[in-house]
Design a binder for this molecule. Structure first.
Ligand code: SF4
Length: 365
């Protein structure tokens, strides 16, 4: 699926001062309250996050949205795959809107259905493992198209909170698991389940047999797509060592999209929801070093002034998430007030049905 280009919202919106934006968005929210739900991912900047009716990670937001049937317009302050998941899980009469169409996820874009399908066939031929004995697992950070492929093949999606559980299920289904798009989440979950380095193999896009020998593929239990999150890739073991020296009493907690060398050095790893809960549950005076997107770390710092919270890595900002600005939200709201739906994200029915089965399978594991 390709996405439409972001329309020009015009200089009036782009030049508007923060104070005016706040006032006008609040007024529109009030006016449209009966039909409107605004959802925001934790990685959004506070200037936008403040308007959310619901906040959470991608799956929590989509699942929450699926429960709320009395609102027609769901404005998703996040990136494409999140809006798609909300559209797949929402009711037919609901419409999902993304305030800025350039807000994609570079990691999700690293695996297309065509590329995954071609690799799948190659993998089966090279290993001699029948296609139905290869179980696909896709991280929710993937397009609806990729999820529909996984749904068709009897696989499941996973999140950063349940990756180990879903992988364990997948390993029990057949002879091999094909995990995409995030190699780091897949590797971290595989090692947590006790798999050895030889059993976890990296498939490099664009190389024959993914750059692997037939023997390596035959020994593998999990084959990982070579996708990654450029934001979490900015954390290195050196950052952990530096913080250990600077604040020895701090607990280091990182997101599992970080490379395995970083996860192994950290005291804890977990999803954005797990990070928020761990900090919230800690005692006043606790010290934390958090390895994830900076907007979430900054928010925790403001929310818990009684705790010392550092960001593991400076400048850890998700550039596409931050394409969505309050001006884009106001533009969408103003159009809705005029009866015009803009930036709707609509997954074609045939794709949505299979993608839903991939999400449903995860929820049943
Ligand atoms: S933080 Fe990483 S995984 Fe999340 S939306 Fe940005 S690029 Fe994608």
């Amino acid at each position: 699926m390709s996405f439409a280009q972001q329309p020009d919202i015009g200089s009036t919106y782009q030049g508007m001062q923060q104070e005016e934006l706040v006032e006008r968005i609040a007024a529109r929210k009030k006016e449209l309250a009966q039909d409107l739900l605004i959802l925001s991912h934790h990685y959004q900047h506070d200037s936008l996050y403040q308007f959310a009716d619901l906040t959470g990670d991608s799956l929590k937001l989509a699942a929450d949205a699926a429960q709320i049937k009395d609102k027609t317009f769901l404005i998703f302050c996040g990136v494409h795959f999140m809006a798609e998941a909300a559209d797949i899980l929402s009711a037919e009469h609901q419409q999902v809107l993304l305030p800025h169409l350039d807000a994609g996820c570079p990691m999700a874009d690293m695996s297309t259905r065509a590329a995954v399908e071609a690799a799948w066939n190659e993998l089966s031929t090279a290993t001699g493992i029948a296609e139905d004995a290869i179980t696909p697992v896709t991280y929710v950070n993937s397009s609806a198209d990729v999820k529909s492929f996984v749904g068709e093949k009897g696989g499941a999606s996973c999140t950063s909170s349940n990756a180990e559980r879903v992988l364990e299920w997948a390993l029990s289904q057949g002879k091999l698991v094909f995990f995409f798009p995030d190699q780091h989440l897949g590797r971290n979950a595989s090692y947590a389940l006790g798999l050895s380095e030889e059993q976890v193999v990296l498939w490099r896009r664009g190389e024959p047999l993914g750059g692997c020998s037939q023997e390596a593929l035959r020994q593998a239990k999990v084959v990982l797509w070579d996708g990654y999150c450029e934001v979490h890739m900015r954390s290195f073991p050196e950052h952990v060592h530096a913080w250990r020296a600077q604040d020895p009493q701090a607990t280091v907690m990182v997101h599992p999209e970080c490379r395995n060398e970083v996860v192994r050095l950290a005291d804890m790893s977990g999803s954005t929801e797990a990070i928020i809960s761990a900090v919230a549950a800690s005692k006043a005076g606790s010290h934390w070093v958090i390895g994830t997107e900076i907007n979430l770390v900054d928010r925790l710092t403001k929310q818990y002034p009684d705790k010392t919270i550092h960001s593991l890595t400076p400048a850890c900002l998700c550039p596409t998430m931050s394409a969505v600005k309050p001006a884009n939200l106001l533009w969408v709201l103003d159009n809705l007030a005029k009866g015009k739906v803009v930036n709707q994200i609509q997954v074609p029915q045939a794709i949505a049905a299979q993608a839903r089965s991939c999400l449903d399978r995860m929820l049943s594991i």
